[in-house]
Every structure is written in C-alpha cells, then in structure tokens.
Design a protein around this ligand. Structure first.
Ligand code: CA
Length: 126
C-alpha cells in the first residue's frame, strides 16, 4: 500500500508544472552546448512564449510548455518531429523540452540562417 501511494505521489509531482528561473534555464541550455552569447536570447524567447511556465498551453495554436512547442509538427499527437508527447512538453522536467527546442532551432538555422526565427516571440528579442 505504501509503495503504491509513493508511486502515485511521485507521478503527481512529476506532472506538475512550475516556473523555471532564468538561471536554471540558462544553465540547462549551456549543459546542452548552447553558447553563452545565445543564452540571453533564449531567456527572452522563453519569457515571451511562456513566461517561464512549464505548463503553458495555447489551445488556439496547439503550442505546449516553456518553448511553446507546436503539436502540428513537433509533439504528438499529432506531430512527431521531436518524438515526444505534448504532455511531456508541459511537465516539470525541462530536459526533453530543451532537446526538442534545439532540434527545432537547428532545423530553422538550416532553413533561414537563424534558428530563433522558429519562434514568433523572437521579434521581441533582437
Ligand atoms: Ca518536459
């Protein structure tokens, strides 16, 4: 019984949204190899996309979480570009969100020369 309860509590905790601090976001991005000169821009994009709320959701556009990952292309259902669920883009673990955001960034860097063009909020950040 206790083990079952502990599991339920753990699952509940794992699915809770939270507000990420600027320093946590920057440190996490840096740990994935993002260069220092891009960290302020990322923080600006995230501020304007989700206000640092991991649970942010836009029902009109189908955008999820910290980076407002689009369900049209990137998270499932129905998109599958990042191979992640949209639910996992709204939980409190920001690692898979960052991995997906960097994949989107790389694709748009290739397409347009600037990966940040993938985010509408980037217009406030340069
Ligand atoms: Ca996540």
């Amino acid at each position: 019984m206790f083990k079952f309860l502990a599991c339920v509590l753990l699952l509940a905790a794992a699915s809770q949204a939270r507000i990420v601090s600027v320093s946590e976001l920057k440190n996490a991005l840096a740990s994935y190899g993002v260069s220092g000169d891009k960290l302020d821009t990322w923080a600006c994009v995230v501020e304007h996309e989700s206000n640092f709320d991991t649970g942010a959701y836009n029902g009109n556009t189908g955008d999820h979480g910290l980076f407002q990952i689009s369900q049209i292309y990137w998270c499932s259902p129905p998109g599958n570009g990042c191979g992640v669920t949209c639910d996992s883009m709204r939980d409190d673990d920001i690692n898979n969100d960052i991995q997906c955001a960097l994949k989107i960034f790389a694709e748009h860097e290739h397409l347009s020369g600037n990966g940040f063009n993938a985010w509408v909020a980037y217009k406030y950040c340069h």
